[in-house]
Design a protein around this ligand. Structure first.
Ligand code: SF4
Ligand code: MG
Length: 335
């Protein structure tokens, strides 16, 4: 096993709240997602809001329970762990959220917030813990004398550095970063991306970097997986995905224009062809067909199989099995 984290056929569903008039009682948020991270590798996971990216990230840490599928963490079946063994294994995979307050308790000073995971996972004296917290602060570019300060005393970018430091406290092999830079202004975003890149080089940490914005992933990701309505529709080496997107949805994401979005302070990319469909009533066939400029008859009835793409990776699109993209050819422009 060369992957530090591997998920196979991961599916997650949630009960639909009572009172909603639906045919089924559950909503499929993630459907048979498979992905793998090599040590020190950055995999970008991209898609619109509601595509299942965050749920995938949370399921990998078992913050939500998958319905089915397997998660291997350093070769061990992470899905089978319970109680104490699950808690101990979590030191190897940690999460960084968009909102730093999801990881930082506003009522705790830095020494406590960053010292807490060390307390849970290691038997250290108070003095040893403080020394480790000072090291963590240095690691993320903050002055070590900040120990007795509260989160509100820091800027947004500094708070995200603290959240990253807390996530690194247990020496994880993998960080799941969920929109970790989305709430920051562009220059702070760049600083945090530089920091993550440096940490990857220095510590060998692998990242699953979740973002709605492909341009944010560009500097960081070696591979990219694109999610639509709970499933991966395309994945492959970043260079190939950016220069020769095989799926019409990936292509639409790449050409999408930024529009203001209150949920993401800076900007949000949206594709022109309308809103994503309701995940509680997903379209049959290819889930993208109601919005696709290339849709053919077969797209309305048959779910496309996973097909290899020239230049690396795979795609789920009938264009590559029976249409003009056959054999990994670049797609023509829609008329
Ligand atoms: Fe478009 Fe058909 Fe490909 Fe789906 S399978 S992305 S509808 S061309
Ligand atoms: Mg999300």
């Amino acid at each position: 096993e060369d992957a530090v984290l591997r998920a196979e056929n991961l599916s997650v569903s949630f009960p639909i709240p009572r009172g909603a008039l639906r045919r089924t009682g559950r909503l499929t948020a993630v459907s048979e997602v498979s992905l793998a991270l090599a040590p020190g590798e950055v995999l970008g996971l991209v898609g619109e809001s509601g595509s299942g990216k965050s749920t995938t990230g949370r399921a990998l840490l078992r913050l939500v329970e998958p319905d089915s599928g397997t998660i291997l963490l350093r070769g061990t079946d992470f899905t089978a762990l319970r109680g104490d063994r699950l808690r101990r294994a979590r030191r190897h995979v940690q999460m960084v959220f968009q909102d730093p307050y999801s990881s930082l308790d506003p009522s705790m000073v830095v020494a406590e917030s960053l010292g807490e995971p060390l307390h849970v996972h290691e038997r250290l004296t108070r003095a040893q813990r403080h020394e480790r917290v000072r090291e963590l602060l240095r690691l993320v570019g903050l002055a070590p004398q900040h120990l007795e300060r509260y989160p509100y005393e820091f800027s947004g970018g500094q708070r995200q550095r603290l959240a990253i430091a807390r996530a690194l406290a247990t020496g994880p092999d993998v960080l799941v970063c969920d929109e970790a830079v989305s709430a920051l202004d562009v220059s702070t975003q760049n600083q945090i991306i530089n920091l993550l890149e440096r940490l990857r080089t220095d510590l060998g940490t692998a990242y699953l970097f979740i973002s709605h914005d492909l341009s944010v992933l560009r500097r960081l990701a070696q591979r990219v997986a694109v999610m639509y309505l709970g499933g991966i529709v395309e994945q492959g080496p970043a260079e190939r995905v950016y220069t020769a997107p095989a799926h019409p949805y990936t292509r639409a994401l790449l050409s999408a224009v930024p529009v203001p979005d209150p949920a993401h302070r800076d900007r949000h990319r949206t594709i022109p062809a309308g809103d994503p469909p309701d995940p509680a009533a997903p379209p049959g066939g290819c889930p993208f067909h109601p919005r696709c400029a290339f849709a053919m008859d077969v797209c309305r009835t048959e779910r496309p199989a996973e097909t290899p793409v020239l230049g690396g990776g795979t795609v789920r699109c009938h264009l590559h099995t029976s249409g003009p993209g056959l054999g990994g050819n670049p797609l023509p422009d829609p008329d």
